[in-house]
Every structure is written in C-alpha cells, then in structure tokens.
Design a protein around this ligand. Structure first.
Ligand SMILES: [Ca+2]
Length: 223
C-alpha cells in the first residue's frame, strides 16, 4: 500500500476582521488563522513553517504547520502532514486497520484540524492503494477496503471520485478500469501490480481518519 496523503487546505481569505489585522501588525508576528491569511498580510512570505490558529484567540491552541506560498498562484496553502505518507505494506486478511495521525507541533487533537477545514474554502487529500490480487472497493455493499471520514463514517468512494460515485475509484468515473465491469483497477483482483489513486475533495468528509483493507491474506495477495 502506498500512502502519500497530504492535506492541502487553502483558504481564499475573505472578510477577516480589520481589528485582527491591526493586532497582527502590532505583534509583528507571522501568525494567522491559515496560511492564506498569513500570505494576505505578508505577500512576500515564503514557504515554510508557521504557527496558525484557525479559531483565533482562545478556543483551541495554535499549532505549527507548513505553508506552501507558491503553489496554486500563491494563495497560501496550509499543508498538513501525517504519519502515513510512506509506502506501507498491508498484512493480514479482513481486518487491516491504520489510524492516521496528523502531525504538527501543538497539534494534539483532530478538532484543531476540523476548525481549519471549517474556515477553508477548499481542501483535498491524495490517496493511493497499490495492489496485487487485492480487492479494494469490491464488492458493493461489502467492500474489502475503505476509508473513514471525519465523522467516523465508512466511505466507499476512492480518490478521483465523488461521494455520488459509490464504490468507484477514478477509473470507475471515466470508465477506464482494468476490468470494465468493476469500479477500481484493484478490483480486477489479478496477479498484476495495479493502483488506484486520486484526490479526495469533499471537504465535509475530510480529513481521512482511518484506512481499512482486507484482501491481503493469501501469499500471492499484496497491498
Ligand atoms: Ca485558538
């Protein structure tokens, strides 16, 4: 299983309070609710680590995050890393579980991230599964793999698909899957290395809190 998730949260900051702007200027610190807000205040800010506090003073504690100040026309992207960005081998049959832990100094609860998502206009997360004889979303109603949303709901659409594309990966949306009768390349379930990957973009479902995979029990099955 290759997992290369990056939550890219971008806020097209509009309507932040004037008094906050003044307060930020007074403090002379590059701190804001999001990277986008920091970029708006400091147009010359470069990519790097910044402290953000999505819900402002009080509430949840600020945390340190990476800001990408150049991509997407330099709008200021808030990039959240986690502990499952490396390729990880899935073992066992029926019950592989991996919780995703998001990382950042001061980031101690997912609620802090939810606050960031709530004030962002857009968020996406890349998700990828590499497979060898290992089913992914097949079969409808009883999938072998899925991801768990921020509301702890079992999600049965993969990257490149939308919530309306039930049991589909990107190839299922544009009808290019290895087996045209199924919704994901991995669902061909044969002895060829295949992959399903793409961006999850439904903000209300993100971030991914957990991954589940199942069809990796036999010696020829890998993911
Ligand atoms: Ca706060």
């Amino acid at each position: 299983m290759k997992l290369l998730f990056i939550v890219v949260v971008s806020l097209l900051a509009v309507g932040y309070a004037r008094d906050q702007e003044a307060e930020l200027a007074t403090r002379g610190r590059k701190k804001g609710k999001t990277c986008s807000e920091i970029k708006l205040h400091s147009p010359k800010a470069t990519s790097g680590s910044y402290v953000i506090d999505p819900d402002g003073e009080g509430g949840y504690e600020p945390f340190t995050i990476h800001c990408d100040m150049t991509d997407k026309n330099g709008v200021g992207l808030t990039v959240v890393g986690h502990d499952s960005e490396q390729r990880t081998l899935v073992r066992g049959y029926g019950s592989y579980v991996r919780d995703i832990h998001y990382t950042g100094s001061g980031l101690t609860s997912n609620a802090q991230l939810f606050g960031l998502l709530d004030i962002s206009t857009h968020c996406d997360q890349f998700i990828k599964y590499e497979c060898h004889g290992s089913l992914l979303l097949f079969s409808p109603g009883n999938p072998n793999g899925w991801w768990v949303s921020r509301d702890n709901v079992k999600m049965t659409y993969w990257g490149g698909a939308t919530p309306a594309d039930s049991y589909k990966c990107a190839c299922g949306v544009d009808n290019t899957c290895a087996d045209s009768s199924r919704g994901c390349n991995c669902d061909k379930n044969d002895g060829v290395w295949r992959e399903d990957s793409g961006l999850l973009t439904e903000k209300s479902d993100l971030p991914v809190l957990q991954l589940r995979f199942g069809d990796t029990g036999a010696s020829f099955e890998h993911g």
